[in-house]
Design a protein. Structure first.
Length: 329
């Protein structure tokens, strides 16, 4: 059964169709009186932008309401045709469709992640700068090794997160029988977890892809060769607070690793936000779940770093350490 994207209450219908697929009316939630799911009438670009912006309602729409909740005018349909637990056929079809979506979306995002890492490592490696503009056998081998490393690392991270989610849900007290059960808890399946992680990774991959196209390092090095920049403020040299000045120095181009910050800090926050939506629990538990997934991912990244570095050219150990430093928190 679909849920309301505003209050997460179960609702039998999201919209009513009148004689045509393009002539429909949004239904109101019986609990909060808002539209049950406004994203029904939004296009794919709007959904993608709201996913990148980490909107809570779009997660609920994609995870619980996608393809459900339609009611045709003049059709007397029982509540079971919306996919309630008493109707197993739609539930089985929904589960298989969700796993197929996880496979397709996961493969596409892993390929994008591998390309971003290959571009970053090749541009940073002394002997591989020419491989960015030329595809040869060495470049293809390096990309395939990075792709395999990303696949193992992603699988390990998802396995650690799913296991941690299972333990957390077992430890959390079950809701009282007298209290109404949340629609999220009622419709939750463990297949929602990897799908949520893939949706959450769109934010970091979008920013990492932008950084792989436009690298501030090149502009900074060009400006550094031209000469030192004047201070932004005339009184910068006489800044009284040395501690604040050192903290601001951490944001300098030579110190700050933008890719690492986006991948680990922003990526971890986005994954925690997605799990907060799908698990409907306290942020402390989602933080513990993300840390557990990071531990498993770090162990696997250490195991495959040497093998991945063998296909990157130059010093295999240095290339493996570069991939490892880019992969783990």
């Amino acid at each position: 059964m679909p849920i309301c994207t505003s209050c997460a209450a179960p609702t039998p219908y999201l919209y009513t169709v009148y004689h045509s697929a393009y002539n429909f009316r949004l239904e109101q939630c019986t609990s909060c009186r808002a539209f049950a799911d406004p994203y029904v009438e939004h296009d794919a670009l709007t959904l993608l932008l709201d996913l990148i912006l980490l909107k809570r309602d779009v997660y609920r729409h994609l995870l619980y309401n996608r393809g459900l909740g339609a009611r045709k005018l003049g059709r007397k349909s029982p509540p079971n045709d919306s996919g309630t637990p008493s109707d197993p056929a739609p539930l089985n079809h929904e589960q298989s469709a969700r796993w197929w979506l996880i496979v397709k979306l996961g493969f596409a995002l892993i390929c994008i992640d591998a390309f971003i890492r290959w571009t970053h490592i090749s541009s940073s490696h002394p002997g591989d700068r020419s491989q960015i503009a030329t595809w040869n056998q060495a470049a293809l081998e390096g990309f395939v090794r990075i792709l395999a490393g990303c696949l193992f690392e992603t699988a390990a991270f998802h396995a650690g997160v799913v296991l941690a989610c299972y333990l957390v849900l077992k430890l959390l007290p079950s809701p009282a029988r007298s209290a109404p059960v949340s629609g999220i808890r009622e419709q939750f399946r463990f297949s929602h977890i990897p799908l949520t992680l893939f949706y959450s990774s769109l934010t970091k991959l979008f920013l990492l892809f932008c950084l792989s196209i436009w690298r501030p390092d090149a502009a900074a090095n060009t400006q550094r060769d031209a000469g030192p920049l004047p201070p932004l403020h005339p009184s910068a040299a006489a800044f009284p607070h040395a501690l604040v000045a050192r903290a601001l120095a951490l944001l300098d181009e030579d110190t700050l690793d933008r890719e690492w910050v986006v991948r680990n800090v922003l990526g971890g926050m986005a994954a925690g936000f997605g799990l907060r939506v799908v698990l409907d629990c306290h942020p402390v538990f989602t933080t513990m779940i993300i840390l557990a997934g990071w531990l498993v991912k770090t162990a696997v990244a250490n195991l495959v770093s040497g093998w991945v570095g063998m296909g990157l050219g130059g010093d295999d150990k240095a290339a493996g350490e570069m991939w490892l430093a880019y992969s783990i928190p």
